[in-house]
Design a protein around this ligand. Sequence first.
Ligand code: NAP
Length: 281
Amino acid sequence: MKKFENKIAVVTGAGGTLCSEIAINLAISGAKVFLVGRTADKLEKTAEKIKAAGGVTPVIFPCDVTDIASVAALAKETEALGGCDYLINGAGGNNQKAMPTITKFDPRELTGELEEGQKGLYNIDMDAFKSVLEINTMGTVIPTLELSKQMVKKGGGSIINFASMNSYCPLTRCFAYAMSKAAVTNLTQSFAAYYAPANIRINAIAPGFMVNERSKNYLGTVEDGLTKRGEQVIEHTPMGRFGEASDLIGCVNWLLDEEVSGFVTGITVPVDGGFLTLGGV
Ligand SMILES: NC(=O)c1ccc[n+]([C@@H]2O[C@H](COP(=O)([O-])OP(=O)(O)OC[C@H]3O[C@@H](n4cnc5c(N)ncnc54)[C@H](OP(=O)(O)O)[C@@H]3O)[C@@H](O)[C@H]2O)c1
């Protein structure tokens, strides 16, 4: 019997760097996985990897997790197959348009005199700012509400949210992302307390600095050279490297499995190579 055999898991952000690996691991471990994200192509790539690895054939479900009607339609599909046991709320992220390029207030951002390509907090796109808040917070809340109904009926379930190092202490320039990821750790606690009587456990993982296509641009790589920000991150990470998606798998398996983490709820687990152990000085 495989670890997650006969379980139904929904993985949002399943076309992305981290959650594609998580979805593959669940499917190899016997779960029927619903791959959720807005772009069908990305989900299909994950499905192909699952097939190649011999995992249970997944369901590809393109869907915007901030849209209640779309997530309700997803829930109908999972219900038809027996109901959701596990939810990984991985969809999320940041948006460059919501970020200033400078790290400290400069009076020139109010007069339009910053150098070409530079912008301050007064020059960012507020719609982008709101969309970052929306995806990281409501994009976690909406699937939780829709899919937990099935967990209630089944007598329990496990939900994993995605926090960040920004949940603890904001990085420069990440205003919307940092405040929304702080909200994720907070809602993980309040929802965990609320759903405890239904035996639904809700925890979060806070990845440290993980390698993905975007991070290669703004952090660089240890092998081929780091950007200034990349150097700062590695200097501040006692293990001296960026994380890989595979670094999260053990934590996911632990938090999902009732037998080994059945009394664990409401926590956020940093998987960060020790980043949070240092104060930065
Ligand atoms: N990588 C890191 O270093 C790091 C560190 C800390 C926390 N995290 C968090 O970990 C999670 C996964 O990160 P990642 O690095 O794997 O990011 P990623 O590669 O960008 O994957 C995120 C996925 O979310 C999906 N998504 C975004 N908005 C969505 C929406 N409204 N509805 C449905 N799907 C949506 C995107 O697909 P579509 O665009 O096709 O919808 C994308 O495939 C995120 O919550 C991220 O904030 C990452």
